[in-house]
Design a binder for this molecule. Structure first.
Ligand SMILES: Cc1cc2nc3c(=O)[nH]c(=O)nc-3n(C[C@H](O)[C@H](O)[C@H](O)COP(=O)(O)OP(=O)(O)OC[C@H]3O[C@@H](n4cnc5c(N)ncnc54)[C@H](O)[C@@H]3O)c2cc1C
Length: 759
């Protein structure tokens, strides 16, 4: 039997005695302090001298910070699997992914019956255990709809799944007899017997049965961790028996079990803090050192489970992934995959998601991805609309872990932002220093996608776009080089990434000059949109006439469910001068018949707070254009579009003001005369209607902000980058990315006749 290369785990096998309720907690804390990895608790719910194991595990998880917790092993007959799965997921979520599921069929039939449990034969209890494994895994798999289970022992009819645990909870079975060993091999993640009960079959025979069952079920033996309880270990004079002797004997015997018999975890009974200290401080480090040397010599790496291997996709050489990235890789069979496969508006099924933590790792990921014959997406916050930060069958480089926010100089406002940070986090952190940086209207958006394209935010008229404040960046180029760009280093590249950044590389960090700003005043005004054209026209005129401190976003929706059309303006006055703000906001109230309005003083961070959560994907059809003025003609066509049903939403953001103080050729984003950005959002089924209506509007528009447009057809390129910007970008593209590696966000190509697939 080989060493499988599993991570080693040393822990306790603790009694949940009710006589001294705090003792088990103290043992857990002593184990953590000694550097051990897990505290596991016996579960005998029929025992009147014992605390309830799951309550105790919760308590212990709350009183420790690092150590893992598990029941050893859970008495299934007295714990219905639905409740058990939810309890497990709850502890796992509350403890930050520290729960594992030790599970047993339930050995003491009479005691179980006495406690009101089911009257089952041993065989029936094993059947129930198989069902329970299926039920629990189904509850944890929230990627699918309601759960139906029509079993012999459990019947579930349409239960909503969840909660999803924080990590993939391993199911470790306490198994001794051939049938249970077979189930362990076929279905479990771990085998967890007690040394004292391993008689017939022997340890080696049991291991072989598990392996055989694993292979018969299409798995690998390494899919099942081998873990062992040792009920009464002793450190001291040797009597030759297993773990009854000096520390050196322990080291030898444990190392042999790992290297010769595939074991990787050991849980020690006795509830003795002194023994645990010796194990944690002397024995475990010695064993780890012996095993790691042996593994290095034999080239043994941590195994990939067969469930993961079976979901690998064509075109990606997974084995060629650089060693430095193996811990950063998430594959379709991995538990974490569900949380990284989609973006906010696009559904995806990538073959590999890499989450680097340094620029060097990004460089390695880019070079690796280039060698694969599949698409490459770059993701920061995953809120791309034009930018496809997920794909099907390709690779995603996800910068979510590179999310540092550093104030380099609180006086000048110089800040360094990791591309994976969210704008809500940036606003909160800068706010602590009395600084601010306008981003957009939604704090969940990532730094990378927005700061490479524009950034039309609530402070735009006063302070300009986000990119107007980018003074330097760190970029990984298509050839893997990591370069700093600023006014003295690669200034052309600095020009290009402020508007067309997605075409030139992976920006890992940005330096921006933030500005001083305390509280702001935010106002919400809701207008009756029966005469929507008039509201749009008047709102536009009033915004243009308002002081630069005021930036207003208007959202217009058609009427439905008996309610008429409405427009909601959310405006931010960049300052805390209530009188001046009230004057500006009241003036805007003249845009139409007001249905509701309110205003409040808030830190800027309050404007862009967001709740977080995983992306669920979808599909979007959005048209984007820039508007000089809301003339009667534009207002009429825009309101006509909304009334036609082609769009379910019009969103208009004021730009102008400070945005237009910048020269059109100062950076790749060239639109410096317009006062508004307008988008229309519709459904996929209605996209022809939307295009027909938008086509009527297009001649009246003046350019386009690419970050809101889902139609990435080359015709749109000239709207985003009117000449001479596009030619200059293509010249730079030939210099920095001649093979068009970065092509997922308005690919400019290297030549005029290159095309990118439209939506
Ligand atoms: C709900 C919502 C509200 C929004 N509100 C606003 C708004 O008010 N103002 C505004 O300006 N925009 C707004 N946007 C648009 C937003 O700016 C873009 O969608 C932006 O691309 C999202 O950035 P991200 O990092 O979250 O996206 P991602 O999906 O991670 O990336 C989008 C694309 O950007 C490129 N990219 C991402 N990171 C990098 C990087 N580090 N280096 C190089 N290229 C990179 C890639 O090509 C990628 O495909 C909004 C979007 C949403 C979904």
């Amino acid at each position: 039997m080989p060493d499988y290369g599993h991570e080693l785990m040393f822990g306790t096998f603790t009694t949940p005695s009710a006589k001294d309720p705090q003792h088990a907690v103290a043992i857990a804390q002593a184990a953590e302090a000694a550097g051990l990895d897990a505290v596991t608790i016996q579960d005998h719910p029929y025992n009147s001298d014992f605390l309830d194991t799951y309550t105790l595990l919760t308590w212990i998880a709350a009183k420790t910070s690092r150590i893992r917790v598990a029941a050893n092993v859970t008495n299934l007959p007295l714990r219905p699997p639905v409740v058990l799965a939810k309890a497990a997921a709850s502890i796992d979520l509350l403890s930050g992914g520290r729960f594992e599921m030790g599970l047993g069929a339930g050995g003491f039939g009479d005691a179980i019956k006495a406690a009101g449990g089911p009257d089952l034969t041993a065989g029936q209890r094993v059947d129930a255990l198989q069902e329970a494994i299926e039920v629990m895994r189904s509850i944890w798999d929230t990627s699918r709809a309601g759960l139906k289970h029509e079993g012999e022992h459990y019947k579930i009819n349409g239960l909503r799944r969840g909660p999803r645990p924080a990590h993939e909870i391993g199911i470790w079975l306490g198994a001794y007899k051939p049938r249970m060993l077979g189930i362990t091999g076929a279905k479990a993640d771990g085998w967890l017997p007690s040394w004292e009960y391993l008689k017939t079959p022997t340890l080696a025979e049991s291991n072989a049965m598990i392996d055989e069952a694993a292979i018969a079920a299409g798995r690998q033996p390494s899919d099942i961790k081998r873990l062992l309880n040792i009920g009464r270990p002793a450190i001291g004079a040797s009597d030759g028996a297993f773990l009854q002797g000096p520390a050196s004997q322990w080291v030898e015997q444990l190392s042999e079990l790992i290297l010769e018999h595939g074991f990787s975890g050991f849980f020690f009974g006795g509830d003795d803090a002194d023994l645990l200290r010796v194990v944690g401080e002397e024995i475990a480090p010695e064993v780890r050192s012996i095993v790691s040397k042996a593994r290095a010599g034999a080239g043994t790496a941590a195994p990939r489970r067969s469930a993961v291997l079976s979901k690998r996709m064509e075109g990606i050489d997974y084995d060629a992934l650089p060693q430095a990235l193996t811990d950063r890789a998430i594959e379709p069979g991995d538990f974490r995959y569900e949380g990284v496969r989609h973006s906010y508006v696009w559904s995806g099924r990538p073959g590999l998601v890499i989450k680097p933590e340094t620029a060097e790792e990004v460089s390695a990921a880019v070079l690796y991805a280039r060698a694969q014959a599949v698409p490459l997406s770059v993701r920061s916050g995953g809120h791309g609309i034009s930018g496809r930060s997920t794909n099907r069958g390709g690779i995603v480089i996800d910068l979510g872990a590179m999310n540092g926010i550093e104030v380099l100089d609180a006086q000048t406002g110089l800040v360094r932002l990791g591309a994976g940070a969210r704008w809500s986090e940036v606003a909160a952190k800068l706010g602590e220093h009395g600084l601010a940086m306008s981003s957009g209207d939604y704090g969940g958006v990532g730094v990378g996608g927005l700061a490479t394209a524009g950034g039309l935010g609530y402070l735009a008229r006063k302070f300009g776009l986000t990119i107007d404040h980018v003074v330097a960046a760190e970029i990984v180029l298509a050839d893997g080089r990591i370069v700093r760009v600023d006014k003295d280093n690669e200034p052309d590249l600095l020009w290009a990434i402020r508007g067309a950044g997605g075409n030139f590389g992976v920006v890992t960090a940005f330096e921006l000059e933030a500005y001083r700003l305390g509280d702001v005043i935010q106002a919400v005004q809701v207008f009756d949109g029966t005469d929507m054209a008039s509201v749009l026209e008047r709102w536009g005129t009033l915004v243009e006439a308002s002081p630069r401190e005021l930036t207003s976003f208007l959202m217009a929706v058609p009427g439905n469910s008996g309610q008429g059309p409405m427009a909601q303006a959310i405006s931010v006055y960049a300052g805390a001068d209530r009188d001046a703000a009230a004057e500006a906001i009241n003036a805007l109230g003249e845009a139409g018949p007001i249905l509701d309005q309110r205003a409040y003083l808030t830190p800027y961070a309050g404007v862009v707070a967001h709740p977080g959560g995983e992306h669920r994907g979808g599909s979007a059809v959005i048209r984007s254009g820039l508007v000089d003025h809301f003339t009667p003609e534009i207002a009429a066509r825009a309101s006509g579009l909304l009334a036609s049903g082609a769009a379910n939403l019009l969103q208009i953001r004021s730009v102008g003001g400070a945005v237009n103080d910048i020269a059109a050729d100062a950076m790749a984003y060239p639109h410096r005369t317009q006062n508004f950005s307008m988008i229309a959002a519709g459904s996929r089924g209605q996209s022809d209607l939307l295009d027909a209506q938008w086509g009527e509007l297009r001649p009246l528009l003046n350019g386009m902000y690419l970050n809101f447009e889902t139609d990435t057809h080359p015709d749109r390129l000239l709207e985003a980058f009117p000449e001479p910007a596009l030619s200059r970008l293509r010249t730079l593209k030939r210099r920095y990315d001649p093979d068009n590696v970065f092509n997922m966000n308005f690919a400019i190509g290297t030549e005029a006749d290159e095309v990118q697939a439209a939506e």
